[in-house]
Design a protein around this ligand. Structure first.
Ligand SMILES: [Zn+2]
Length: 98
């Protein structure tokens, strides 16, 4: 694995539930997935930071601030933002990093 510094962004959170359907709430599933990935990658020796580790509302600028504050803006940092998008083209999941 070439990336040793990884930021995992669990999509949505807090008042932003993301997609809801079939008994699944996106913000809950993205957090479970993010936590699972973080544990696995830490087990492989990577430094991993989550943008959130609880049911917390993050506006886009705070989300980006946390990504950049984790390890800085460097080419050796991998950022993974996970979503489980709704079918039908709902664009609520768009997060832009600058
Ligand atoms: Zn989403």
């Amino acid at each position: 694995m070439n990336y040793k510094k990884i930021v995992i962004d669990a999509g949505h959170g807090g008042t932003d539930s993301g997609a809801i359907g079939n008994g699944i709430i996106e913000k809950e599933l993205t957090l479970k997935i993010a936590t699972y990935i973080a544990d696995r990658l830490r087990g492989l020796g990577a430094d991993v930071t989550l943008t959130r580790d609880s049911d917390e509302t993050l506006d886009p600028s705070e989300r980006v601030r946390r990504v950049l504050n984790a390890y800085g803006n460097s080419k050796d940092v991998l950022v993974i933002s996970n979503h489980i998008n709704a079918g039908g083209g709902d664009s609520r999941c768009v997060t832009k990093y600058v």
